[in-house]
Design a protein around this ligand. Structure first.
Ligand SMILES: Nc1ncnc2c1ncn2[C@@H]1O[C@H](COP(=O)(O)OP(=O)(O)O)[C@@H](O)[C@H]1O
Ligand SMILES: [Mg+2]
Length: 340
């Protein structure tokens, strides 16, 4: 099988490369997604046909880029990588489309960041493998129609909701990636430890996994930190005790929340009396971008039931108060009376 040509823009710098699985069969978890994609890939390969366009969505660090880069390898085709953040005009996309070999993959990360004009330019490319290029302007303007070789577009986004319906509908396969179980993350930590040639006790691997917010990227980052800690403080083998000490030193708590996650909960509790409060107000108070909060911080807190979304904004739940070691001042189940 041919190794794919990986062309990437600076925005998709890959610092996870050493631990990233190379083939879908090496990926842990996401079994349903894997099973469906495996069938699609296998069938495309057997028919010698181009795989349908695929859209991945889900919070950061759950495997979108990993799936997107494993698929072309499994298909044995070339892969180009671009990012929605840098494709700011149709002309930025043209070289990728015209370079795409027959049956190859074009991966566009952060596809929700494509401006409308670029999205619209993509529609005929995805649907009929052709593009309309506008030459000149005014009375001399003319459109030339260019035929492309059939290719597969793989898009990844943390915000499927921001994609326009026509773009979303042009993906034949849409897959949502969800958080991983502690068992799955334990398997990922153990495999990564082997790749990093670390010795680690089973209970230490599980401890790191259970403090990784359901996210493989965090599990790997925490494992690397524990390795550094153990290399510096001990003789190399990671025990449960050392894993605890290393994670405590980074202020990662027993649910795996870090300082920023707790600050979010504390801000809602202390400044906004537990909510409901709009995400904008919380972001301003914390001096953070709204996108950072809604993409990176909130999904796991919502998923673990520490916060809930209401029509009037976010609210910390009794479990959230409990996690902070506080008694609910304004229990989420009882509405405060306007007159009381
Ligand atoms: N299913 C998986 N099995 C094993 N490792 C994974 C899996 N998903 C993600 N990872 C690890 O987590 C890292 C981050 O995943 P990535 O695909 O870059 O996330 P995303 O693109 O969704 O932000 C990868 O480099 C890889 O090491
Ligand atoms: Mg990614």
């Amino acid at each position: 099988m041919r190794e794919p040509v990986l062309r990437s823009t600076p925005a998709t710098n890959d610092d996870d490369r050493d631990l990233r699985p190379q083939h879908m069969r090496d990926m842990v978890g996401q079994r349903d997604v894997y099973a469906r994609l495996e069938i699609a890939v296998d069938s495309a390969r057997k028919r010698g046909d181009t795989l349908g366009h695929i859209l991945f969505d889900g919070p950061p660090g759950l495997g979108k880029t990993t799936f997107a880069t494993c698929i072309p390898r499994d298909l044995g085709v070339a892969c180009q990588i671009a990012s929605g953040a840098v494709l700011q005009a149709p002309k930025d996309l043209i070289p990728y489309l015209t370079n795409a070999e027959e049956g190859s993959v074009l991966f566009i990360d952060e596809i929700h960041r494509l401006p409308k004009a670029v999205e619209e330019f993509l529609y005929p490319a995805m649907e009929d493998f052709r593009i309309d290029i506008l030459l000149g302007d005014g009375v001399n303007a003319r459109t030339i129609n260019m035929t492309l070789r059939p290719f597969t577009l793989i898009g990844a986004t943390t915000r499927a909701g921001l994609l326009s319906a026509p773009l979303r509908d042009r993906f034949q396969i849409r897959e949502h990636l969800d958080f991983y179980s502690v068992e799955e993350l334990t398997e990922i930590v153990s495999r990564s430890a082997r790749k990093l040639q670390m010795k680690i006790d089973a209970d230490a691997a599980r401890e790191i996994a259970s403090r990784s917010r359901g996210t493989p990227r965090l599990a790997n980052n925490r494992l690397r930190w524990v390795r550094d800690y153990v290399t510096s403080k001990a003789d190399g083998k990671v025990t449960l005790e050392l894993a605890h000490a290393a994670l405590d030193m980074q202020a990662i708590d027993r649910l795996g929340l870090d300082g920023q996650d707790r600050k979010y909960l504390e801000t809602i509790v202390r400044v906004f009396h537990g909510g409901p409060v709009g995400v904008e107000a919380v972001a301003h108070t914390m001096n953070l971008a709204i996108d950072t909060l809604s993409d990176e911080v909130e999904p796991y807190l919502l998923r673990s039931g520490l916060v809930i979304r209401t029509p009037r904004g976010r609210k910390v739940t009794a479990a959230g108060y409990d996690h902070l070691g506080l008694a609910p001042e304004n229990p989420p189940d009882t509405q405060r009376s306007l007159f009381g």
